[in-house]
Design a binder for this molecule. Structure first.
Ligand code: HEC
Length: 180
């Protein structure tokens, strides 16, 4: 599905660039692949590699701590750890540990967006390791548990069942909207 969408984008770009304006060139398969990094909750598309919290601790200290604080407790930027049991209180603390429903999203987010000023600079092994470290700090996995494309989707996040789909049916046409 993802690849199909990207192919459509690639074809559209090709037409836009060569057909009408005669400029640019179609992206190479390698260029498309470099952008095709989305990982859905199922973990489909997770890259090869692995890492443990023990390894991730070191990555975190070098690349993350100055913004997210010691042991992910927050600093200049948001906390990544803690908040367990606070969601239904007047002061909910939403963190990866207390709020996020899927561990695979953590990998995807770090892979595409962190470190904030240098996204894409971590290897897959480093992303797995630092993901493992944040999960371990939240008490979700053990320090020596290896995170990989096989194991990460199996991690059950504490708030996994806290998201309730809206049972109301779609309304279809709403009165007062534009007539066609
Ligand atoms: C220069 C500061 C900086 C560094 C270094 C940094 N981050 Fe971030 N991080 C941010 C900011 C700012 C946000 C919020 C971004 C937003 O909401 O758009 C964020 C958000 C996050 C989030 C989402 C938290 C949430 O609950 O929404 C995660 C997870 C995260 N960072 C992990 C990491 C990891 C892992 C590293 C190291 C590899 C890292 N960050 C390094 C600044 C930083």
């Amino acid at each position: 599905m993802r690849s199909a969408c990207l192919m459509l984008v690639a074809v559209a770009l090709m037409q836009a660039q060569t057909g009408k304006y005669g400029a640019g060139r179609p992206p190479t398969p390698q260029e498309v692949k470099a952008l095709d990094i989305s990982v859905p909750p199922s973990g489909e598309g997770l890259p090869e590699g692995s890492g443990t919290a023990v390894e991730g601790k070191e990555v975190y200290a070098r690349r993350c701590q100055r913004c997210h604080g010691a042991e992910g407790k927050g600093g200049d930027e948001v906390a990544l750890v803690g908040g367990s049991g606070t969601l239904n209180t007047p002061k909910p603390l939403k963190t990866v540990g207390s709020y996020w429903p899927y561990a695979t999203t953590l990998f995807d987010y770090i892979h595409r967006a962190m470190p904030f000023k240098d996204p894409g600079s971590l290897t897959s092994n480093h992303v797995y390791a630092v993901t493992a470290y944040i999960l371990q700090l939240n008490g979700i996995i053990r320090a020596n548990e290896k995170m990989s494309a096989e194991s990460l989707p199996k991690v059950k996040m504490p708030n996994r069942d806290g998201f309730i789909p809206d049972a109301r049916p779609d309304t279809g046409k709403v009165k007062g909207t534009t007539k066609r």
